[in-house]
Design a protein around this ligand. Structure first.
Ligand code: ME8
Length: 629
């Protein structure tokens, strides 16, 4: 029996889970379920990344402690994973005692190896990426990965001798060319390491929310050493019982988004080398789900919440869509329309119809009796199963499901050719239906990693006892009794669906009134009263009209340390194109509100000429984020 250990990233708790997080976790679940069905002893780990500046800052904004924030958000992750039938073996939180213990053990080993030293660091730092970047990579004051604004940071810091590991890393990549997958990403990583590695700052004195550096408590561990260690601390590394660690480490695959590849393919192996621990076998950097041409992110206001899709259609449907719609390595665009089309074509039509038609014919003609069939589909079935195995071993879910769907289409053709409905209760009809039932049993096994519920229902309704890939045999269970079920995936009327969606949105808009509270303002205000209003310069980096409104424009505004979404009522006077690139004054600490269903986090200042808004601008260039006092 083999062993298989797979992990997802641990997700930040400064934000609610969205479709991107769901995607990575579903992918990992898909592979974990497959390996369990292959008979491998499988360990599937997920969890949350709860320390660091992002969490500290969000908590401050919400007026709660970072731990309170983590406790609140972690529940949303756990609930979503339950809803999505995620079968993880463990869920690690970096605020757990077991994690701290393990991190300190790794750090101790790195110190013993002479790889940690104290110095001070000054350089461009991106708060969003929690990362310093080399000066040469900064363009227009923006980080090279995402274009977030960077600030110069100087502080005393402990460093890790990453530079010492440049050659060992390159040797390791040469010996393990499939360490990073897809292989195109291996080249990216190799070139990054070849271009030279600088030592890595691993502590902060400016952050308080994290694991303290031993014997120097003003230093807190920088989030990546803390976070990456979760992959072994969850297995008990550093505890009294390292049994799981000894059994499952090294990990077979760290599944991550391509955004965090460098941390996993360069820093993590170097940390492990320094601590004298084995390296993971593969790092897989999957592509992103995009919405409106951009990666989903809260600051761009384009995130998709997976919950309504599960509530309306089931977790099986969402899982199938995400796994099947785009290749794992590349980016894909999410649309409601694409979702419904996929559901109707693949699930309602192909699989749903095949299942209900076959079960109905078996019931009508043979009271559900399934016999041995005539073996006419066996060769094709086993050939496609072989191809499916290959796709799964290559971490290619879309391709694996395409193979199954090509088989489903052959089964539909097989029934059309044999026409069991035209010769009821004959021997030929019986063998054709029984043969198709055996093939559908195999289909249900092959879709089980993607759609555990549908797979279970199909196998049960065919009267077969569930098997795994390991003990699957085409000809076993010679006779069974099937029963009818209603269509597993009812067809969705697209027109009706979108009509209903629109009316739901309209209703939601009606209940969220624009913020037009009428308050008695005092005639004069004290300076303290005025100071309570935080005004800042912000640069508009994106603008688009709010659908169905000729007045409202959705802006993405750069405030130096973060981008914010702000809705402004200036759309009658200004087109979005005219607004992009301008730096204007904004009220920065206005209570968040929703305008026509769109979240707004601040307010642009504007004058008023004959009832028309006119925006204000500075006479000189003012950096985004400058305070206005
Ligand atoms: O980076 N499409 O956490 P995170 C697809 N805590 N996947 C997406 C996505 C999108 N639009 N957006 C996010 C962190 N993801 C660190 C990780 S690991 C030791 C520490 C997925 O909450 C993708 O897998 O920002 C990405 O790597 C992960 O969420 C980042 O989650």
């Amino acid at each position: 029996m083999g062993k298989f250990y797979i992990s997802t990233p641990i997700y930040y708790v400064n934000d609610n889970p969205h479709l991107g997080h769901a995607y990575c976790t579903i992918l990992a679940d898909f592979f974990a379920r497959y390996h369990r069905l292959m008979g491998d002893e499988t360990y599937f780990l997920t969890g949350t990344d709860e320390h660091g500046q992002k969490v500290q800052k969000t908590a401050e904004k919400e007026g709660i402690s970072p731990k309170e924030l983590a406790d609140k958000v972690v529940v949303r992750y756990k609930e979503l994973w339950k809803k999505l039938d995620i079968s993880h073996n463990d869920f690690i939180r970096t605020t757990e005692e077991r994690h701290t213990k393990g991190v300190l053990k790794i750090l101790r080993k790195m110190i013993e190896n002479g790889d940690i030293y104290k110095d001070s660091y000054e350089g461009p730092y991106c708060v969003s990426c929690e990362s310093f970047f080399p000066e040469k990579d900064i363009v227009d004051g923006k980080c090279p990965d995402f274009g977030h604004p960077v600030t110069v940071l100087k502080e005393e810091s402990y460093f890790f001798r990453l530079s010492k590991y440049q050659k060992s890393l390159l040797d390791f990549y040469s010996a393990n060319p499939d360490f990073v997958l897809p292989s195109s990403r291996m080249n990216e990583v190799r070139s990054f390491v070849e271009s030279g590695l600088k030592d890595l700052s691993i502590t902060r004195t400016s952050i308080h929310w994290g694991i303290n550096f031993p014997d120097d408590e003003k230093h807190v561990l920088y989030v990546w050493l803390d976070a990456l260690s979760n992959y072994i601390t969850a297995l008990g590394y550093g505890s009294e019982n390292e049994e799981l660690y000894n059994k499952f480490w090294p990990c077979d695959i760290h599944l991550i988004g391509k955004d965090i590849l460098r941390f996993h393919a360069v820093y993590w192996p170097a940390f492990l080398m320094s601590a004298g621990l084995p390296l993971p076998k593969h790092i897989f950097g999957h592509g992103w789900w995009m919405k409106d041409q951009s990666k989903m992110s809260k600051s761009l206001g384009n995130i998709v919440d997976p919950n309504p899709f599960v509530d309306e259609f089931s977790s099986d449907v969402l899982r199938y869509f995400l796994l099947r719609e785009k290749p794992i390595g590349t980016d894909g665009s999410f649309s409601d329309e694409g979702f419904i089309d996929r559901l109707n074509a693949d699930l309602a039509n192909d699989l749903g119809n095949l299942t209900s038609r076959l079960l109905a014919l078996l019931d009508q003609q043979f009271q559900g009796r399934v016999t041995e069939g005539d073996g006419s589909l066996k060769e094709m079935a086993l050939k496609q199963l072989d191809d499916y195995y290959k796709a799964m071993e290559n971490f290619a879910p879309k391709e694996a499901l395409e193979i199954v769907w090509a088989f489903i289409s052959s089964l539909n053709k097989f029934l059309v050719a044999r026409e069991p409905w035209a010769k009821p209760k004959t021997k030929d009809s019986e063998t054709a239906l029984s043969e198709a039932a055996r093939a559908l049993r195999l289909v249900s096994l092959q879709i089980a990693p993607a759609m555990p519920h549908a797979a279970g229902t199909i196998i049960k309704s065919l009267g077969f006892t569930p098997v795994s890939f390991k003990n699957f045999k085409w000809d076993d269970q010679q006779e069974t009794r099937a029963y009818r079920i209603s269509n597993l995936f009812p067809r969705v009327d697209k027109k009706e669906y979108f009509k209903e969606l629109e009316s739901k949105k309209e209703k939601a808009m009606e209940t969220e009134k624009p913020q037009e509270e009428k308050r008695e303002e005092p005639k004069t205000v004290s300076i303290d009263y005025f100071r309570a209003v935080e005004l800042k310069a912000g640069k508009i980096i994106h603008a688009e009209r709010v659908p169905k409104s000729n007045k409202l424009v959705k802006l993405i505004v750069d405030f130096g340390t973060e981008n914010r979404q702000i809705v402004a009522g200036i759309g009658k006077k200004y087109s979005p194109e005219e607004l992009v690139g301008r730096t204007c004054p904004f009220v920065y600490n206005l209570e968040p509100a929703k305008l026509m269903g769109v979240e707004s986090n601040g307010m642009i200042l504007a004058g008023n000429i004959d009832g028309e808004p006119v925006i204000l601008q500075f006479l000189e260039d003012v950096p985004p984020g400058s305070k206005i006092t």
